[in-house]
Ligand binder design. Structure first.
Ligand code: ZN
Length: 171
């Protein structure tokens, strides 16, 4: 297994269409999930979506313990948000936007339906940070980045910083 390179904003893979997984008990899927976990823990981060390692599949992981508690690792294959309640504004970052944090509005509580690596359907409830992580990762699978949740003014400011760092070669 391996730590993969996390692609940054500007890489076309980050906004390419992500395909539904239809093959389970598959060594390639198992390897992808293991690499997503290891890459996320090493970053470190609380979640990582497959397009962030350049793989355009509807696969992500969330782990609020960042590798410390195996029972908290959640595998999301073909996930969908089926219910959302409340709204909270809080700080949020993205491993594809290193060292940037912005205030983003997200549901306070969500219910997600997803498959596990064997194709078994699971219903997952999350609130606060877990709800935020689910929404952030599922957004990635829908080709939506956290900056797309900002006002156009704020998004413009963030993207200007990115361009500056790209020009300096620090992106
Ligand atoms: Zn992200």
């Amino acid at each position: 297994m391996a730590i993969r390179e996390i692609v940054k904003y500007g890489n076309p893979r980050l906004v390419a269409k992500n395909h539904t997984v239809d093959l389970f008990d598959d060594p390639a899927l198992a390897a992808l999930l293991q690499d997503l976990k290891e890459t996320c823990w090493a970053a470190p981060g609380v979640g990582l979506a497959a397009p962030q390692v350049g793989v355009n599949l509807r696969v992500a992981i969330v782990d609020l313990s960042v590798g410390k508690d195996p029972s908290q690792v959640l595998v999301l294959v073909n996930p969908v948000v089926v219910d959302a309640q409340g709204l909270i504004r809080d700080e949020e970052g993205c491993l594809s936007f290193p060292d940037m944090v912005e205030t983003v509005e997200r549901p306070e509580k969500v219910t997600v339906e997803a498959l596990d690596e064997r194709g078994k359907k699971r219903t997952l409830d999350g609130r606060d940070l877990l709800a935020r992580a689910f929404c952030h990762e599922i957004d990635h699978l829908d080709q939506r980045l956290f900056v797309d949740r900002l006002s156009s003014l704020k998004k413009g400011l963030v993207l200007r910083q990115v361009i500056k760092r790209q020009k300096k070669g620090t992106w």
